[in-house]
Design a protein around this ligand. Sequence first.
Ligand code: AMP
Ligand code: MG
Length: 359
Amino acid sequence: MSVQKPWSATPCNRKYSGVYAFFACILTLCSPATLSSQTPAEESGCLSRYEFVAPHMGTIFRLVFFASDASGASNAANAAFARIAGINRALSDYDPESEICHLEGRRPGTPFAISLDLFSVLEQSRQIAEQTNGAFDVTLGPIVRVWREARRTRRLPTETELSTARNACGARNFQLDSANRTLTLHVPKMHFDFGGIAKGYAADEALRVLVSHGYKRAMVAAGGDLALGDSPPGTAGWKIDLAPFGSNSPGTLRINASHVGISTSGDSEQFVVIDGIRYSHIINPATGLGLTAPCAATVVAPDATQSDAWATACAVLSENDSVAACIPESIQVWIFTREEGVERYKRFGRPPPGLASDS
Ligand code: AMP
Ligand code: MG
């Protein structure tokens, strides 16, 4: 874990998938008038801006918050990073010892107890799968693995490989029992992939830890998935620049927000070109193929779990022009496209409370 001194330069945060979402937060203040809603941990002195950075979940997690003492800030940051590591032990697809990797050997049809984190993420994933007509699907693990191999070998998956993988997928093939907190799998070889939601969930939980230590003026960035708490002192919100095609892009948008999650999904870095066609790491569950349209989706939602999942889903939905038909209240979406060097964006939905309405 590295710590940047209070008053450090404005940070710049690069999304893991190559999409940029960078933020600028402005100074620390010590004006009683602007700090009336301080928690005990914030109120004992002049607030300074702290930033802590550590690698987790294949990306960089950045905690930015305002505190009056260095040791309290450091303790809170350690606790937040420990929480993120705990979530990774449950949800990681890359750690063979994770809870979800251990699920693979389970006999179909038998309910078994699962952790609260896994249950919570599965429940939220199921709801978003229903709202998106299956565009968001955490049961795609077997297909994601086939495409990961395709990216490695630069060879298109065969029909047989894809259809075998698809037989082990399907959001209807698992059942949750909230009374007993159990999961039942209905087909063999199922494998969950939470790559489209876990970082947002971890960012939300890390923010919750900072708030529980008394630091409400906080932000957690998990690569390009942001969880925002109260605004920095003396400001009306965190200033976030959205530049899905790079920080020098003419299409950069600035938004001002607090108490929301913000995520961007696209194929800027994770893709494979085979026979001249560019396939994204995001899969269209209807076809089992990586997305081929060059686009990025940015979502602002009430929290980062939802913004992360909806950004992945909206990348899929934009391929069929069905974003507008699916998004519920309080979700704001921008779909960015670039054709022959010309960048455009379209905005859908309604902003959640916490996103300035002129954004
Ligand atoms: P993100 O960068 O948040 O859009 O997540 C992309 C990751 O989510 C991929 O690398 C896969 O692990 C996973 N994924 C791919 N397609 C889907 C999908 N349609 N629904 C849910 N997760 C997906
Ligand atoms: Mg996502």
